[in-house]
Ligand binder design. Sequence first.
Ligand code: ATP
Ligand code: MG
Length: 331
Amino acid sequence: MNKEVVLSGIRPTGFLHLGNYFGAMRNYVRMQDEYNCYFFVANWHSLTTHPDTKELQSAVHRVIAENVACGLDPNKVSLYVQSDVPEIAELYLYLNMLAYKGELEKTVTFKEKVRLNPENVNAGLLTYPVLQAADILIHRAVKVPVGKDQEQHLEMARNFAQRFNHRYGDVLPEPYAFNYGGELIKILSLDGNGKMSKSENQMNTLYLADTDDMLRKKIMKAKTAEAPAEPNSVKPDFIENLFTLMSLVSTPDTLEKFNTDFNNCVIRYGDMKKQLAEDMIAFVAPIREKAADIQNDKALLSSIIKQGAEKARESAAATLKEVRQAIGMNY
Ligand code: ATP
Ligand code: MG
């Protein structure tokens, strides 16, 4: 039986963080045995917001190294760099004819990026969801392991696939966001201001490359509040976020203890953060060390990238052939 196809990408815009890990990479690792997986470094996407390319090559290498350090096996999946697969750009061109300016302008991530950087509202930024749809549809992927911030983009990818199929014939299956357990995860930044992010609010984001001291420092100054006044209160979202982090890296007993303290209004956030910091260090340190080793091995990196590109291009070329035939561009 043919395995279902999975695709996901990460932009080389900075250091990978806990949100990337739990929203995306943890799922990649779990999916690699069960599915036919394509994971890529989205270097074209990074140009939409990061026109300066001085750091781009090392950032691409770091994303590859960190993914492998987290447990991705380049022999099981195709781990590739987006710009190594030109077929994606051609599909992007066809899909652009099916995407409307009005719907692209309404995209939440577009509006957010315009707000943050009004000086650089380029066409690539506007059509980001179209390129993302091409990334997915080029392998006819149906499952896309991403965090909650990507839900709207997936809906757009389904719309573009439907429009293509309606106009030219059934070629492109509809993709869906995927997370084990069904719930898409969102890790907030430690000051409760938006999500953890590679390119924003770095002192409130926990990176897989952070030193032990840095992790401790960031966690100890995470936003907290007074202990609740009423038993079994609803947690404010920035407190809920600390519990989410604890549920991901600490033992169930530890989580249970602090939950009970919270519900009994006797929680001491200083103690909770100390414990979380130590558990976070135990989780991050081995990944950080392994990633650094891989990143220093340039021969290994280039063989991983080459092998990934070959596998990705084979699948991409097969889809593009059918796309061209459906449109009538086979002469
Ligand atoms: P940038 O700030 O450059 O956009 P990013 O941190 O948002 O970087 P992306 O490369 O855009 O990272 O996304 C990579 C993957 O990580 C996506 O699947 C995205 O859904 C997921 N992701 C990003 N941030 C979070 C977060 N805070 N919580 C959960 N998932 C996240
Ligand atoms: Mg992002």
